[in-house]
Write a protein that binds this ligand. Structure first.
Ligand code: PLP
Length: 387
């Protein structure tokens, strides 16, 4: 199919859930993608912070193909080596006690919310089930995670929502007002990605941690977007010096294959017993083999390089005409721009650069392996578009 045929077929048969940019990609290498007409683009989006090593990374592909040559799926009725290896890796790197694998960010969060309720039920009995999330948060598209997403725009069509979820502003006064004796967990994103790449205040996150610890309220950190090296640390909560009880991640963890994970720290390790949660595909061996490759390569040395690249990009972007503010953390960058973010993204696409938007801001989340040449190429297009 040529591009017009792909587009027409998609628009004829696809559920109308997406408004897509007018392009289809046929291949790529690193942070460069190639469309169906052969035009190249610098990729500052990584498939929404997913393709950590970009396209066609040789070592990652070998890990995937190696597992495909063995067996593609076994179900969670049986043990599975790549799953076991990934569990151990994640626990050793983070200090988590246990891991549950899902297929997406929403499912990882669904697991954490259910784990928080199960933990509290087993310890305190019924009724201590409230989950507090932040206004402007984003936690996913399933009914529970959509309920937990603190943005009214998402809450119009799907009533009734899951009960026992409430929203606080990102400050302790608001948390104290919203959380009560029925609260079992508070969920945060260290950097609110979908709502404009806004990092939470460090003092707030630390105060929230103490507040939760004193009351045996579980602190859930949603690292779906911020995790797996994106901010220059393995997980973004490390920047904040806090110890969460549950951490969820997905997007980048398997470098482009669907995998989500919920990490259980300390007292939450017995939240679930056999049969209390599950997944058919979760922890698929091919996805886990890919993730083992990803996590093994997110070494301290690699993460330092990511921090260096992030500083380089940020310093350049701050100097561009038309940029009002540069936000975010590490290689998760938000830009408040004079032109509208949508206009910027569309103009960049025409010139051969992919950027994302988030709540009226430009969002830049490139593959972590992006080269200096690719960064400079992307920056020069962005500079021209922004001025
Ligand atoms: C993307 C995202 C999700 C949802 O992940 P899916 O894989 O789309 O279900 C949840 N939380 C955060 C912070 C995200 O960025």
């Amino acid at each position: 199919m040529n591009f017009e045929e792909i587009k027409n077929t998609d628009e004829t048969y696809g559920a109308k859930t997406f408004s897509r940019f007018p392009v289809a990609f046929a291949g790529g290498h690193g942070a460069t993608l190639i469309d169906t007409a052969g035009k190249e683009y610098v990729d500052f989006g990584a498939g929404i912070a997913v393709n950590i090593f970009g396209a066609n990374d040789e070592e990652w592909k070998q890990a995937v193909i190696g597992q495909l040559n063995k067996v593609q799926h076994v179900s969670n009725l049986y043990y599975c080596e790549p799953q076991a290896e990934l569990m151990r890796l994640l626990c050793e790197r983070t200090g988590a006690k246990r891991v549950f694998f899902a297929n997406s960010g929403a499912e990882a969060n669904e697991c954490a919310f259910k784990a928080a309720r199960a933990y509290s039920f087993k310890k305190y009995g019924a009724g201590r089930h409230k989950i507090v999330t932040l206004k402007n948060s984003f936690h996913g598209r399933t009914l529970f995670t959509l309920t937990a997403t603190g943005q009214d725009a998402f809450h119009t069509l799907f009533d009734p929502f899951v009960s026992g979820v409430d929203y606080a502003e990102a400050n302790m006064a608001s948390i104290r007002k919203v959380a009560d004796r029925s609260t079992c967990a508070v969920a945060i994103e260290c950097v609110q990605g979908e709502s404009g790449v806004i990092p939470l205040d460090r003092e707030f996150v630390r105060a929230l941690e103490s507040y939760c610890k004193e009351r045996d309220i579980l602190l859930i950190v949603d690292e779906v977007q911020t995790g797996n090296g994106r901010t220059g640390k393995l997980y973004a909560y490390e920047h904040y010096g806090v110890s969460p009880d549950l951490v969820t991640t997905a997007k980048g963890i398997a470098g482009g294959l669907p995998l989500g994970a919920c990490l259980f720290f300390g007292k939450t390790e017995n939240a679930f017993a056999p049969g209390e949660h599950g997944s058919t595909f979760g922890g698929n061996p091919v996805c886990c083999a890919a993730a083992v490759n990803v996590v093994n390569r997110l070494t301290e040395e690699f993460l330092l390089e990511v921090q260096g690249k992030a500083e380089y990009l940020r310093a350049k972007l701050k100097g561009f005409d038309g940029v009002k503010e540069v936000t975010g953390l590490g290689m998760m960058i938000g830009l408040a721009t004079e032109k509208s973010a949508k206009e910027v993204a569309e103009a960049c696409l025409k010139k051969g650069l992919l950027v994302l938007t988030a709540h009226g801001r430009v969002r830049i989340v490139p593959p972590l392996t992006i080269t200096k040449r690719e960064m400079d190429e992307g920056l020069s297009i962005l500079k021209e578009v922004l001025k």
